[in-house]
Design a protein around this ligand. Structure first.
Ligand SMILES: Cc1cc2nc3c(=O)[nH]c(=O)nc-3n(C[C@H](O)[C@H](O)[C@H](O)COP(=O)(O)OP(=O)(O)OC[C@H]3O[C@@H](n4cnc5c(N)ncnc54)[C@H](O)[C@@H]3O)c2cc1C
Ligand code: SF4
Length: 504
């Protein structure tokens, strides 16, 4: 059953074997795996329970409902936008469905540096095979790539750069192009469509609009959770929910989980909780093409450029280039300028193609709780990461011109407009400064990095907390570093892995 905390008689006192906090890729997978092994399971989810017919395909309606902080989450300085999901299904409700495995070189480095005795290469392989089957991952046929993606393909061919098609988890996709505002056609093989029905069939329950604010612990062991019921539109607190539980599994995302652990004063002698957040920061460049691109139509992100993503080389570049479409409201927030100048650019909307450069980051950000319900993120890319972002700006610009753009717009505060043949070399060394251009991130991770050694890690590679009994972690927080590829597949896989470990 799925219950809405905001409409229950409050305060609410509950008791269960296992309470899972957060219902995204990691939390829903862990809850499903545990429930299917006979563990009485309750999931607390901060967001709403939305079904496909609720997805209106309107940005101004869906972003506030589907995104953390109503879509306004940023770092403390407000110069990095950080988008994360909220709702039963978490960020898998509005993500773009790209699927890739973490490169073996990165997993091998983790094993060398952190042990990860519960995650051998064979365990990873089995988890990936199972998760890819579960989510029905497949290649997107080339005849379904839209013009926007084909422009990047053409650019790579023209420049002799490496690139290729991407695999996605979608079945029955109509190519409507509204993925980031939720799928009205239920074509995403995500936590909502694939895992939730199995959780419910196994007797699991979900309480939506319930924000966990404290992990209750005593005598060195987790005993339950204190949560607040919130009214979904205003996010006003309407009452309290207390859950007594034999086991607590935290999967509130790489920002929500460390904030909750720190607010709850969960012991961590390794001091690793909330001190190593990575986010895959990204910048964009926009091309203006003579023929309409209609970048918002069709399946987004079916082609990638990996020329500058050298993850297997110790000092290789760390830049991943993709097409990045946005609907009108999103685009208007990224297009620089005001008044007539802004309007003139927006009038070219259907002719715009936008490429983004996302980097495999080294910067260590921090997450801290902020008040009873909020959190704060301190993150600004370090010098080496800023150099990679500048390389990314250059790569996007080269690719846009190679694809035929008549001008390229670099959305710095003083917008730069480049024409074919203009010098672009300076972009490689462009000094990325705070507030000069938008840095955007959609992949927070690595904020409670797993490791075998309790002196260096708060949590082991089975998800078990080293320093508080009966506490488990099952989300993107667990990665020891950034991964340079889309994270959802690996988070689903870790969710299954942790759910089974805690059920044993
Ligand atoms: C626009 C966008 C596009 C993306 N596209 C892709 C893609 O194509 N491929 C890919 O691999 N990845 C993509 N991602 C990222 C991917 O979706 C996430 O990395 C992944 O879902 C994270 O899983 P998680 O379990 O760690 O957290 P989430 O899926 O974010 O789930 C966390 C859940 O916990 C809930 N929660 C938080 N705090 C609390 C609390 N205190 N109490 C109760 N509940 C709480 C949240 O509401 C949320 O529902 C995208 C992300 C965004 C924002
Ligand atoms: S493009 Fe496909 S998956 Fe995305 S919203 Fe449309 S039908 Fe759903």
């Amino acid at each position: 059953m799925i219950f809405d905390a905001a409409t229950c008689a409050l305060p609410l006192e509950l008791e269960t074997d296992l309470v899972v906090i957060g219902s995204g890729a990691g939390g829903m997978a862990a809850a499903m795996a545990a429930a299917e092994r006979g563990v009485e399971t309750l999931v607390l989810e901060a967001g709403e329970y939305l079904v496909p017919r609720d997805m209106t395909q309107r940005e101004e309606q869906m972003f506030p409902r589907l995104l953390a902080d109503n879509g306004n989450r940023t770092n403390v300085e407000r110069d990095v936008k950080i988008h994360q999901g909220r709702g039963v299904g978490g960020s898998t409700l509005h993500n773009i469905n790209l699927v890739k495995r973490i490169p073996e070189s990165i997993r091998a480095a983790w094993a060398r540096e952190r042990g990860l005795s519960h995650l051998s290469a064979e365990v990873w392989e089995a988890l990936y095979e199972e998760t890819e089957r579960l989510l029905e991952v497949s290649d997107v046929p080339r005849d379904q790539w839209n013009r926007h993606n084909r422009l990047l393909e053409a650019a790579c061919q023209q420049l002799g750069w490496k690139g290729g098609g991407l695999r996605h988890n979608r079945t029955g996709c109509l190519g409507s192009g509204f993925c980031v505002v939720g799928c009205r056609y239920n074509a995403k093989n995500n936590a909502f469509k694939v895992l939730l029905p199995r959780l419910l069939a196994a007797g699991g329950e979900v309480l939506s609009n319930a924000v966990a604010v404290r992990i209750e612990h005593q005598g060195g062991a987790a005993r339950g959770v204190r949560a607040l019921a919130v009214e979904p539109t205003t996010r006003r607190v309407v009452g309290e929910v207390r859950v007594k539980a034999g086991r607590v599994c935290v999967a509130a995302s790489a920002t929500g989980s460390p904030a909750l652990l720190l607010r709850s004063q969960v012991p961590d002698p390794s001091s690793s909780t909330g001190n190593s957040l990575r986010i895959h920061p990204a910048v964009i460049a926009a091309g203006d093409f003579a023929e309409p691109v209609h970048a918002w139509k069709g399946i987004p992100q079916t082609y990638e450029c990996t020329e500058h993503l050298q993850l297997d080389e110790p000092s290789g570049h760390r830049v991943w280039v993709l097409p990045a479409f946005a609907h009108p409201v999103g685009t208007s927030t990224m297009v620089p300028g005001y008044g007539q100048a802004h309007r003139a650019l927006m009038e070219r909307y259907e002719h715009l193609g936008v490429f983004t450069a996302m980097i495999h980051d080294e910067t260590l950000g921090t997450v801290r709780p902020h008040g009873e319900l909020g959190l704060s993120i301190d993150y600004w890319p370090n010098e080496r990461d800023r150099a990679e972002l500048a390389l990314g700006l250059w790569a996007c610009t080269q690719a846009l011109f190679a694809a035929g753009a008549e001008r390229v717009l670099i959305p710095t505060r003083r917008p730069r407009i480049l024409r074919p043949g203009d010098d672009t070399e300076w972009l490689r060394r462009y000094p990325i400064e705070r507030g000069d251009l938008d840095v955007v991130a959609v992949h927070p991770m690595a904020s409670i990095p797993m490791g075998d050694d309790p002196a260096r890690a708060a949590v082991g590679s089975d998800g078990r907390h080293h320093h508080l009994q009966n506490l488990w972690i099952a989300d993107g927080s667990l990665f020891p570093t950034s991964i340079g590829v889309p994270p959802q597949l690996s988070i689903y896989a870790l969710g299954l892995h942790v759910g089974r470990a805690l059920a044993r």
